[in-house]
Design a protein around this ligand. Structure first.
Ligand code: ATP
Length: 270
């Protein structure tokens, strides 16, 4: 059963070079996750505790999952992903059991990076904790905290969580020794959008009239995931037109199509 809820990837394909526009965040994640996994003795020599857990927060599609995968990949660690929503279970004790399984599996497969997406699903401030469903979610969160509190820093397991709803989080999970390294992952600025456009068109046959500067300028509000959809969609327009070269007009058409299908301008594919 645990194999269903958890995604295990011995060597995810994503590397730092695939991530654009969030260099500072990449540096911070490396410092918090890579150094303790790769050189634990440095922390012992200096006499500081490495950060326990890293919390990535920010809008959807900005590269939080990519970051977690990349750091696992680049440290040759097993990547183990679990969605917070999967930890919310109907039966009493099931969520806690999943949390235990998650940490047991990580220790078995160490070095490992545990990634819990949508951590808010199990770690929200509750407005009404009287309902039994909430009580079960609360138990699951307590189990998660107790696993983290019981963590021996020499164990080569690192934990990264992500949320789009930072404001909803229960402060209990942010205490020292828990998710004590907070890293905001925002939508990319113009330079970042340019870089992400480059990354996602690397294998594409582009016409000379494609101008990334102008395009990046135009894509205010687009996340990395939006830009990924845009490049794929542009390629589709070229194919429909029976061309092998992707032109500026294809990006324009893609842009219109994506803006149409999203309610908020610039927020697509989230
Ligand atoms: P969510 O909060 O919805 O889970 P996320 O922040 O985890 O989103 P990812 O799953 O990492 O986002 O990104 C989705 C896809 O969008 C990636 O596979 C990648 O193609 C593209 N993408 C997002 N951000 C970036 C980025 N900074 N650089 C390059 N590609 C990106």
């Amino acid at each position: 059963a645990r194999a269903q809820a958890m995604e295990v990837d011995a060597s995810p394909e994503v590397g730092y070079a695939d991530i654009g526009g969030i260099d500072q965040q990449v540096r911070e994640v490396r410092e918090a996750v890579e150094d303790p996994l790769a050189n634990p003795e440095i922390f012992q020599e200096v006499g500081v505790e490495p950060p326990s857990g890293v919390l990535l927060y920010g809008p959807p599609g900005t590269g939080k999952t990519m970051l977690a995968k990349a750091v696992a990949n680049e440290t040759d660690a097993t990547f183990i992903k679990m969605a917070g929503s999967e930890l919310v279970q109907k039966f009493i004790g099931e969520g806690s059991r999943l949390v235990r399984d998650l940490f047991d599996l990580a220790k078995e497969r160490a070095p490992a990076v545990i990634f819990i997406d949508e951590i808010d699903a199990v770690a929200s401030k509750r407005t009404d904790s009287k309902t039994s469903g909430d009580a079960e979610v609360q138990r699951t969160m307590m189990q998660l905290l107790s696993e983290m509190d019981g963590f021996d820093d020499r164990e080569d397991v690192r934990i990264i969580a992500a949320t789009n709803r930072f404001d909803m989080l229960d402060e209990a999970i942010l205490r020292p020794g828990r998710f004590d390294r907070l890293i905001e992952v925002p939508k990319p600025e113009v330079e970042g959008r340019r870089r992400i456009l480059e990354i996602h068109t690397q294998g594409m046959n582009l016409a000379d009239d494609v101008d990334f500067d102008a395009l990046a300028d135009d894509l205010e509000g687009y996340s990395g995931a939006d830009i990924n959809s845009l490049t794929t969609e542009a390629g589709m327009f070229a194919i429909r037109d029976e061309r092998t070269e992707v032109r500026a007009e294809d990006f324009e058409a893609a842009r219109e199509k994506l803006d149409e299908t999203s309610e908020e301008p610039g927020v697509v594919g989230a």
